[in-house]
Design a protein around this ligand. Structure first.
Ligand SMILES: Cc1cc2nc3c(=O)[nH]c(=O)nc-3n(C[C@H](O)[C@H](O)[C@H](O)COP(=O)(O)OP(=O)(O)OC[C@H]3O[C@@H](n4cnc5c(N)ncnc54)[C@H](O)[C@@H]3O)c2cc1C
Length: 325
């Protein structure tokens, strides 16, 4: 139980209650885009027991509030990408970002910014509903990344000269099929949503969890097919600096060329983009965030078990099998 932890700060908690607000201490790992966000929204990540009141806390404060410290996460090949003059080597020039470990070192939260403060009975419901929306959003978010990856892979095939080969065409169809299945799940859990008593809408929780469970799997297969089609050069390619170098550049220009009609530079650009999408983090990439973002696969399986209504399914089978009791 969190209240029995050796170090009580290992789960964010209230350390002081004042008439005008609370003081919180703890940390939130993995925060995507936090250093370019105006506000940080904090909430529990699990159901709470009655003696865990100090941990049942939800609030929002500006990210420059006193006591908030951000320690940036590092990403694969980030020194290569941040080298002066890097362009091709950045992989995704239009969009980059980072995660950070965010520390709340005795941060004051005024009363009007607190959403949950000791009401342990609501922590579980808050997590379940938030996770439902977040798992729904993956049916759009990761499908968008998938669209770009499929496009980049199709271009790589064009530039490699393999786009007319039957297994390459079929693999692009498979990537599209998997990606659109994720999209269909996102649409389905939204369309099957319902109005709550307060007037808000909530997604269908079973379908949202099915959506995210698929997201923990299909992007891995989509990336596998992208890497298959792109070829090994997407990870063995020399640096942009070598490409611009007067001695090594001409060799790369000559020997890294694919089809005659496409420049070596454009081929390098598309392979770096595939590398970026396949191996990056949430802020730029695809895979590990698909696995863990909005909860690891087992978290969805718990929700699927809760929502699956096996009793109803058994009743249907009994009717058809003509079983009376
Ligand atoms: C790229 C990326 C971006 C993210 N962005 C954000 C963000 O912006 N904001 C945010 O709040 N979070 C964010 N997350 C966090 C995400 O929600 C967590 O990574 C996820 O919930 C898994 O938690 P964990 O990483 O601590 O892994 P763990 O919980 O350590 O999971 C590792 C493994 O242990 C298993 N496990 C853990 N605990 C138990 C248990 N009690 N019983 C049985 N099995 C268990 C899990 O099922 C899993 O298989 C991000 C994560 C990633 C990877």
């Amino acid at each position: 139980a969190i209240s029995k932890q050796e170090d009580p700060d290992m789960y964010l908690r209230v350390v002081e209650r004042r008439p005008d607000g609370i003081v919180v201490r703890g940390a939130k790992a993995h925060q995507t885009g936090i250093c370019n966000s105006h506000e940080v929204l904090v909430m529990p990540t699990m159901a709470m027991k009655p003696d865990e009141k100090d941990y049942a806390v939800s609030f929002s404060v500006p990210t420059n509030t006193d006591g908030i410290i951000m320690i940036l996460g590092r990403q694969s090949c980030d020194t290569r990408k941040s080298e002066e003059g890097a362009d091709i080597d950045v992989g995704n020039y239009n969009f980059g970002g980072v995660e950070a470990l965010v520390i709340f070192d005795d941060v004051f939260v005024p009363n009007d910014r607190i959403f949950l403060n000791g009401e342990t009975e609501f922590a579980g419901m808050l997590v379940e509903r938030f996770a439902g929306y977040h798992r729904q959003s993956y049916g759009g978010c990761k499908t968008g990344v998938g669209d770009v990856l499929i496009g980049a892979t199709a271009l790589a095939a064009d530039y490699n000269g393999t786009s007319k080969v039957s297994h390459i065409k079929d693999k692009l169809i498979e990537m599209t099929h998997l990606n659109e299945t994720l999209y269909a799940c996102g649409i389905a859990c939204s369309a099957e949503g319902h109005k709550t008593e307060s007037g808000n809408y909530i997604v269908d929780l079973l379908l949202a969890n099915v959506c995210k469970q698929n997201v923990t799997r299909f992007p891995y297969e989509i990336v596998r097919l992208a890497e298959d089609i792109a070829g090994g050069l997407m990870v063995t390619m020399p640096a942009e600096k070598d490409f611009r170098d007067p001695i090594t550049g001409p060799y790369l220009e000559k020997y890294l060329k694919g089809v005659a009609s496409v420049t070596t530079e454009n081929r390098m650009r598309i392979l770096r983009l595939i590398e970026n999408l396949a191996l990056g983090t949430a802020a730029v990439g695809y895979r590990t965030e698909s696995m863990h973002g909005a909860g690891s696969p087992q978290a969805q399986r718990i929700m699927i078990a809760r929502q699956s209504n096996i009793a109803h399914k058994k009743a249907l089978a009994k009717v058809i099998a003509r079983i009376k009791e």
